[in-house]
Structures are given as structure tokens and as C-alpha cells.
Design a protein around this ligand. Structure first.
Ligand code: FAD
Length: 456
């Protein structure tokens, strides 16, 4: 086992933390408490300043066979970051510089510990746009890549994977490698960079990221469409897309979850009517283009019996609406679990119906919020469900329905340590073995985030 003294020799004594109380904050994330695996007792937190120091730490840990857990913002929801064996938590908090906003290439180069909030600030100061917005802006750039985060704005531009163009990575054996670059096209051999995206901290330590950017939209508006019938809301979604309008986001929220979150944030939801809402964010090269899209969207919504339509172009009002949507996970916490299934977008209405039936069968209220155009729903099961011993049977039935409809057990939160049993249940043996083989070729001694994201 690596000692604190050996780590101090690499990073200096100010950047090594030991002791139960001092390390406690490095042992949790945003996973529902009841599902969080127990963290190990003896954790050393180390805070390197650059890739060279990370490399020395990894070489040492590999030699001593000491587990290393890379920690970003600690906002993950799958317990991926929890150190479950005695070892090292490698905190990326000192990698906090946006190195370059490259206007000509439309790229940003950021160290892995830059938070999403700081990345957005730097990019927007140059009137450029980084479109993805997974809920918590405390997430770090490296964590976003390691989790291939999605979020509400994936409809038009997709998930984080679509933005990653280059990475600097320290391998578990200590070598520093670069993958990709400021390139839009690159077919050089097998794409290892793509393997690092969504690798949940098991293949390498990401130290630097190059993201693609877009010009800031001159026009942006947010619509809140209210419905009395949830199915009418869902049926609207494909028709909007078929009408040739691709919004930045189409989010679905039940009234119950809106009220809960607005109250939690002490904010006011702008719509008074309705039991179900679509939040639609439209962008365009100018105001006229946005108005044109808005008219078409409202037409489709009214055809589906929307009871109210609100539109705002004011930045603060748009941010307030997005905030209420983004903070749902925090507002429903502590909950028993928040699922993250995906189904083909056209199946989303059927999926909701089937989950309603499961809720009725067990006599349980199942809240739902989701990325409606992506087919990605978050079903929230509150604590009383677990107290009644119904959590696992209900989840099992929801997963069965999702898989029957051609879905996936996780769309954006990942497997982490929380859902390995599901990966095991729903993946064939050959694919599980390939995943193990890939892990072994990156990390022969299984020191980097052991017990995460693959079936042992
Ligand atoms: C309120 C809330 C709302 C959210 N909403 C969404 C949403 O809408 N869509 C969505 O997709 N996600 C959502 N998330 C989850 C979010 O995407 C992830 O929490 C985020 O991507 C993780 O970043 P992090 O820096 O906090 O990583 P951490 O939680 O610190 O770590 C997560 C994993 O990434 C690894 N990791 C972190 N940094 C590095 C690195 N530099 N190199 C290698 N591995 C690393 C860790 O080892 C761990 O396995 C939400 C989370 C919260 C709390």
C-alpha cells in the first residue's frame, strides 16, 4: 500500500490529506444514499498539479498494487467515484484552468478539473457556445467525459461524446498519452479516445480535454407548454421533429415534480395551468428564425390540446426554467432511486403507460421526468417505496419493460458501482469478456477504480 509520505514526495505535503474526518467528503457522490456502497476506511486523498505528478502517482500505485479512484466534482449518480477499497483518491481539483478558447478552430482546451460552470463562463465570454448541459454545473470536464454526460440539450447536438475531440490521459501504468486533437476528421487506427469517453474512470486519468464549440446563437427562446393529458404532451414530440424543427431541448415534467422542485428552490414555475409540461428550447441565427420555429411548434402543440403556451426570450427567465428542470435530482433527494432508462423515442408513450400500470399494481406513485425527444426517462422512486420493501420488485419490472421495448438500462448516468448487476443481467457473455479484456490491456493490475462499470 502506498504511504502518505511517498505521495507527499511527489506533490508536496500541502496536497495530501489523511484522517477519517478530513477525507469524509471524498467518499460520496450524488447516488441515493441507500444505494451507495460503503466506502473504505483508509483513504489517502492526493491532489496533483499536473499530468507529470499524476504519472508518478500512477507508477507508484501500480508498483504497490494500490487502488486509485479518480475524483472529479463528485456529482455522479452511479457511485462510480466511491472508493470501496483502501487506497488513494486522486482529486482533480487543481486542474482548474481553461487553457485556451480557440475562436478560429471553434475549440476549447480545458484541464480536467475545470467545472462545467467555469467552462461555460469562459466560452460564453467569447460569445461561443458549449451546448451540453447535464444538470449539476459543479461537474468537472474530466467527469463529464468519463461519464459521457447527456442532459437536457442533447436533442440538437447530442451528448458529450459529440464534443470530445482530443484528450490527454495518464494510463494506469503511468504513461502520458494524447489522443485526437483539434480535428474534425481523424481515422487513425482504432479510436481509443472514444473508449475513454464513458470509461467511468477505469481506463485512464483524463488530465486535459479539447471540446468542440459552436457559435453562440443570436436567437434563443424557451417555451413552456402545458397539457392536462400527459400522453398529448408526449405525442407532440415526434410531430415537432417531423415538422422540421430540431429544438436544443425538449424536456418532459409532471406537475408533481415541477411543484416539488420549485418549492425546494423557492422559485415560481411560470405556468399556472396543466398537469404535464414540455419545456422546449429553440435556437436560431436570429430572432425571426426563432419566431418562425415557435409558431410551428405552438401549432403542433395546439393540435394536441395544449392548454397553455408560454414563451420567453429573456435570459434570466429562461435560466430560471432550466434551473427548475436541472435541479429535479437534488429536489427529490433523498429518494430511494432515480432510474435512467432509455427506450426508442417512439416507444416513450407506451413506456409511460406500462410504468403507470406497475405503479398501480404496487400501489405506488412513480414520478417521471425526462428528456422526451431522446427517449430517456428518469423514474423517481421515493423513500417510502423502499421502506415498504418494494424498490427492487418495481425496478425489476420497469427494467423488464424497458428492455422489451428495445431499451437500455442506463442512458446517461452510467453503470458505476450501482448497476453492475444490471449490466450482468442484460449483456451477453462475449461482450462482458471483451470489456474485461479491454480493461486488462489498459490496467493489467486492476488498480484504477476497481469494481466499477464492468462485470468482474
Ligand atoms: C443534480 C444533478 C443532475 C444531473 N443531471 C444529469 C443529466 O441531466 N444528464 C446527465 O448525463 N447527467 C446528469 N447528472 C450526472 C452528471 O452527468 C455527472 O454527475 C457528471 O458527468 C460527473 O462529473 P463529476 O466531475 O462530478 O464526476 P465524479 O462524480 O467525480 O466521477 C464520476 C466518474 O467519473 C470518473 N472521473 C471523474 N473525473 C475523471 C478524470 N479526470 N479522469 C478519469 N475519470 C474521471 C470518476 O472516477 C467516476 O468514475 C446529474 C448530476 C446531478 C448531481
Amino acid at each position: 500500500m502506498v504511504t502518505p509520505e511517498a505521495l507527499e514526495d511527489i506533490v508536496g505535503s500541502d496536497w495530501v490529506v489523511t484522517g477519517k474526518e478530513q477525507t469524509a467528503a471524498y467518499k460520496t457522490d450524488a447516488t441515493p444514499f441507500a444505494l451507495m456502497p460503503e466506502a473504505a476506511e483508509n483513504i489517502i486523498v492526493v491532489k496533483p498539479a499536473d499530468a507529470q505528478e499524476v504519472s508518478e502517482i500512477m507508477k507508484l500505485a501500480n508498483r504497490e498494487m494500490t487502488p486509485v479512484y479518480v475524483r472529479g466534482g463528485g456529482t455522479g449518480m452511479a457511485a462510480a467515484v466511491i472508493p470501496t477499497q483502501d487506497g488513494i483518491v486522486l482529486s482533480m481539483e487543481r486542474f482548474d484552468k481553461v487553457e485556451e478558447v480557440d475562436r478560429k478552430n471553434l475549440m476549447v482546451v480545458a484541464q480536467a478539473g475545470v467545472t462545467l460552470a467555469d467552462l461555460l463562463k469562459a466560452v460564453e465570454a467569447e460569445n461561443l457556445l458549449f451546448p451540453p448541459h447535464p444538470g449539476d454545473e459543479g461537474a468537472q470536464v474530466g467527469g463529464l467525459v468519463a461519464c459521457n454526460a447527456g442532459g437536457s440539450r442533447a436533442v440538437k447536438f447530442g451528448v458529450i461524446r459529440n464534443y470530445v475531440k482530443g484528450l490527454e490521459v495518464v494510463l494506469p501504468t503511468g504513461e502520458i498519452v494524447t489522443m485526437g486533437g483539434k480535428l474534425l476528421k481523424n481515422n487513425t487506427g482504432l479510436n481509443l479516445m472514444e473508449l475513454l469517453v464513458d470509461s467511468e474512470g477505469i481506463l485512464g486519468v483524463i488530465t486535459k480535454v479539447i471540446f468542440r464549440l459552436y457559435p453562440m446563437f443570436a436567437g434563443m427562446a424557451t417555451l413552456v407548454i402545458s397539457y392536462d393529458d400527459r400522453h398529448e404532451a408526449i405525442d407532440t414530440v415526434p410531430e415537432i421533429l417531423q415538422a422540421g424543427i430540431i429544438p436544443l431541448a425538449i424536456e418532459y415534467m409532471d406537475r408533481d415534480i415541477v411543484d416539488l422542485t420549485a418549492e425546494y428552490l423557492n422559485m415560481t414555475w411560470p405556468a399556472a395551468k396543466g398537469k404535464a409540461y414540455l419545456i422546449i428550447i429553440l435556437t436560431g441565427a436570429n430572432e425571426d428564425e426563432v419566431y418562425f420555429q415557435a409558431e410551428k411548434v405552438v401549432e403542433v402543440c395546439q393540435k394536441h390540446n395544449a392548454v397553455d403556451t408560454l414563451m420567453t426570450e429573456r435570459r434570466e427567465e429562461q435560466s430560471a426554467i432550466l434551473k427548475i428542470r436541472s435541479e429535479v435530482q437534488s429536489a427529490v433527494s433523498p429518494n430511494a432511486d432515480s432510474l435512467d432508462t432509455a427506450v426508442p423515442p417512439a416507444e416513450i408513450g407506451n413506456f409511460m403507460d406500462e410504468v403507470d400500470k406497475i405503479g398501480e399494481k404496487f400501489g405506488v406513485k412513480i414520478y417521471v421526468v425526462g428528456h422526451a425527444a431522446d427517449g430517456n426517462l428518469h423514474h423517481v422512486l421515493m423513500k417510502d417505496v423502499a421502506d415498504r420493501g418494494l424498490l427492487e420488485p418495481i425496478k425489476d419490472e420497469i427494467y423488464e419493460v424497458a428492455m422489451r421495448l428495445g431499451g437500455a438500462i442506463t442512458a446517461e448516468h452510467g453503470i458505476g458501482k450501482k448497476s453492475i448487476y444490471l449490466l450482468d443481467r442484460y449483456t451477453d457473455e462475449r461482450q462482458k469478456q471483451i470489456m474485461r479484456d479491454i480493461k486488462k490491456s489498459f490496467d493489467p493490475n486492476n488498480i484504477l477504480n476497481p469494481g466499477t462499470a464492468i462485470v468482474p
